[in-house]
Design a protein around this ligand. Structure first.
Ligand code: ADP
Length: 198
């Protein structure tokens, strides 16, 4: 089977950027956020269960999940969050595994999972985990620049995620993203070379 590495890191650390750079270098990327979007798009596999659990309130006019509305709900309602995750997580895991195990010409597969260490279900079938790391203040600044979230929201999300030190402790490889994009590109190219040669 193709060697599969997990790629994780806190919000705004640069996961998507690193995944895109590795993809350009030849890695096959399986992105669990993308899978989640597909599952919750109109006619997505997760919609019947979501509709059954939450009613039509959280669907938009096209019948897709209203992600903003649902995000607001699960942010303040732990029970709703758990119900949503109980529906989505097994479906995402199944799809990610099946995508990662499909044949490929790529030297390895990268499975992007924002909360990889927080959910035990990924560790056992991945050959290693790469962590994208940067100081907390950079995480905040980058996330604010990219999204509509305000600073208190970003910090609250960060507080719910694993802390930086623990994440680093669990890493097999670390990409430090504390400088320019050019610097990052150099570090990513080095990592790719090592992973592709294994
Ligand atoms: P994540 O996927 O971990 O949430 P992203 O890869 O989306 O993070 O990065 C967050 C934002 O920061 C994006 O707008 C991205 O272009 C920007 N960014 C990431 N790394 C750097 C860097 N080294 N220098 C400048 N901007 C960066």
């Amino acid at each position: 089977m193709n060697t599969c590495y997990g790629l994780t890191g806190g919000i705004g650390s640069g996961k998507s950027t690193v995944a895109k750079l590795l993809e350009e270098l030849g890695a096959r990327v399986v992105d669990t956020d993308e899978i989640s979007h597909r599952l919750t798009a109109a006619n997505g596999l997760a919609l019947p269960a979501i509709q059954q659990a939450f009613g039509d309130t959280y669907l938009d006019k096209d019948g897709a999940l209203d992600r903003a509305k649902m995000r607001a709900l699960v942010f303040s309602d732990m029970d709703a969050k758990q119900r949503l995750q109980a529906i989505l997580h097994p479906l995402i895991l199944k799809q990610a595994k099946s995508d990662a195990r499909s044949p490929t010409e790529a030297p390895y597969t990268l499975v992007v999972v924002p909360l990889l260490f927080e959910s035990a279900r990924y560790r056992d079938w991945l050959n290693g985990v790469i962590v994208v790391d940067c100081p907390a203040e950079q995480q905040v600044a980058r996330t604010l620049q990219r999204s509509a979230l305000d600073e208190s929201m970003v910090r609250a999300i960060m507080a719910q995620q694993m802390d930086r030190a623990s994440r680093l402790q669990h890493a097999d490889e670390v990409i430090l993203n504390d400088g320019s994009l050019e610097q990052l590109k150099g570090r990513v190219a080095e990592l790719h070379k090592r992973l592709a040669e294994r």
